[in-house]
Ligand binder design. Sequence first.
Ligand code: ADP
Length: 330
Amino acid sequence: MAQKKGRVFSGARPTGKQHLGNYLGAIKNYVALQDEYDCVYSIVDLHALTTLETTRDLKQNCLEMALDWLAAGIDPQKSIVFVQSHVPQVTELHTILSMVTPLGKLTDLPTFKEKIRDHPNNVNYGLVGYPVLMSADITLYKADLVPVGIDQAPHIEFTRETVRSFNYRFNTNVLIEPQMKVTQFPKIMGIDGVNKMSKSLNNEIEISATAEETQKRVLSMVTDPNRQRRTDPGNPDICNVFALHKIFSAAEQVENINTECRRAGIGCVDCKKMLAQNINANLAGLRERRTELAAHPQDVLDVLADGDKRARVIAEATMQEVRRAVDFLE
Ligand code: ADP
């Protein structure tokens, strides 16, 4: 087998089914990097606890995420797919990294401020420490590259700084500074057209939705707000439906919509129906594979159990180096 270029790590919180933002912004790269890199993909259930009010659906959501990932093309023969909490070394590294993290740096992060806005009644200690746990995830597996959406840029920069602090403080080079890798579509907007697509904002289109559900969501998308009537010309440059057409539709159709929308030759409803059709056609294979996989849940659990085992080997090797660097009594 050819020598791989290095290690990739990424994770996502099992808070529900994956949506087009996750798929286009992250999962596409998870799949694309598998041949060139040694990839580790984590269902980060501990991270999910920071905002969950109940863990009622946690187990099911871990399975749903694994199904989405495997159906999208993550191959467990090539990549490690595992559940974060099954490799407890991450919590040990999180505690150690928290000692080299100034608290003010965490509370200043824009992502923390957003989380406070979204969850004002649940600003827990874990929420503040989220980026430290994420740094532990990435560095535990000595990742060179982290495929994520652009919203994660502050966390990757934070991880790089944390690595420098740790290595400096303990006079070592055990931890590695990761690079971020974004896809061609680093920020997908939600159906509201103003916020990034996100489960917590209820503006998402799930990749595993049925064709009918997809059409319903697409039909509710906000378009150019200045276009009030069918006879008004629209502006595709500020329309999120058009933004998704550019991703899912053939070049000729995109060009046609671009021209016709500007002279009111096509209405928003027809434009949306075409988009829904193209999204459904694009995801048909994934959805079919997902249905097949979902019929054999034990096979998915076996994939995760095997991933846990392989991840633990890497994690324990790193922790032995970390413990030595810190100079704990052996
Ligand atoms: P987490 O809270 O773990 O970031 P998310 O489900 O929000 O979980 O994100 C999982 C991955 O999908 C991350 O890499 C994130 O950057 C990416 N992502 C999420 N939403 C979008 C979006 N709207 N556009 C592009 N990428 C996104």
